[in-house]
Ligand binder design. Sequence first.
Ligand SMILES: [Zn+2]
Length: 83
Amino acid sequence: MGKFCANCGGRLIKKAVTLDQHWGEQIVVFEDVPAKVCKDCQAIWRSCEVLESMDRILTQNVKPEKKLAVPVWSLTNRLKNAA
Ligand SMILES: [Zn+2]
């Protein structure tokens, strides 16, 4: 990974980020993920090592540091103009 964003050419800043993603029926969260974040378009770039590590954690069912309870709302009956 270079110093510039492959999307927009913006400058990349090293940062530890928190990422959430869907995993089957679950939402999973990764904290303290080393990444480079584009100053301009906010794209997040992770190294192969980081991606592989996240993949391993998910596929090998590694015990998480903690669990979060996540509230879910359906908007079906909450919107006046629901289609
Ligand atoms: Zn960018």
